[in-house]
Design a protein around this ligand. Structure first.
Ligand code: GRF
Length: 207
């Protein structure tokens, strides 16, 4: 059984997609053992509760520095014997201690095709605003392994989504979630659980 811990900060639609794929049996031998939110009022915690999954708020604000926050997250995930950490809309920064402790075992969903529209400051609705401003015809989502630098780890899966002429950032965000994020994040977890991801330098081979 692969134990996963999910880091959230907001609505939790990606968490919901993972829950649904586990409950439908599409993802096998995976259990969400804890949901950790950086915000006490994140609806993602409600979603976890509805599915009998333990949720907790561990907020960066209650720690003096990033090292103490890292240590708190590490001890929480160790106590739950977490094998894979999934960042699903998590808005706090993970520091060196955490990313080292879970090297190769943290994945993140980014709402754009990395290396475009990513990095510091590109979160939530912002990537979609920049996509529309830039006039590109295609955007999408990326699941990648997490390293210290934001959105810079080896890419596991990507899925493209066409930008429509009359898109607003909100409409585009919803389509990227529906057509890309909610598909590739659960798929990446399934592949990880089946030991089918092989990191070779900057590339991830799916065997
Ligand atoms: C998603 O767009 C995700 O790509 C980004 O943050 C948003 C989280 O949405 N990292 P939700 O909380 O999963 O609904």
């Amino acid at each position: 059984m692969l134990n996963i811990g999910v880091l959230v900060s907001g609505g939790g639609s990606n968490l919901q997609a993972i829950i649904d794929k586990i409950e439908s049996g599409y993802i096998k031998n995976v259990s969400i053992v804890t949901v950790v939110s950086s915000k006490p009022d994140a609806y993602a915690l409600e979603r976890a509760k509805k599915h009998g999954i333990k949720g907790i708020c561990i907020s960066r604000k209650t720690f003096n520095n990033i090292d103490e926050y890292d240590e708190a997250l590490i001890s929480h995930f160790k106590a739950h014997e977490v094998d894979l950490v999934v960042m699903a809309g998590f808005l706090s920064i993970l520091g060196e201690r955490f990313t080292k402790a879970y090297e190769g075992r943290v994945i993140n969903i980014h709402p754009a095709l990395i290396p475009s529209f990513c990095g510091k400051g590109f979160y939530g609705i912002i990537p979609h605003q920049k996509v529309i401003e830039s006039g590109v015809k295609v955007t999408g989502a990326t699941v990648h392994f997490v390293e210290l630098e934001a959105d810079a780890g080896p890419i596991i899966l990507q899925k493209a989504v066409y930008v429509q002429d009359d898109d607003t950032p909100e409409i585009l965000q919803k389509r990227v979630m529906e057509q890309a994020e909610w598909e590739i994040l659960p798929e990446a977890i399934r592949l990880f659980a089946e030991n089918r991801l092989v990191i070779e330098g900057r590339r991830v081979k799916i065997i």
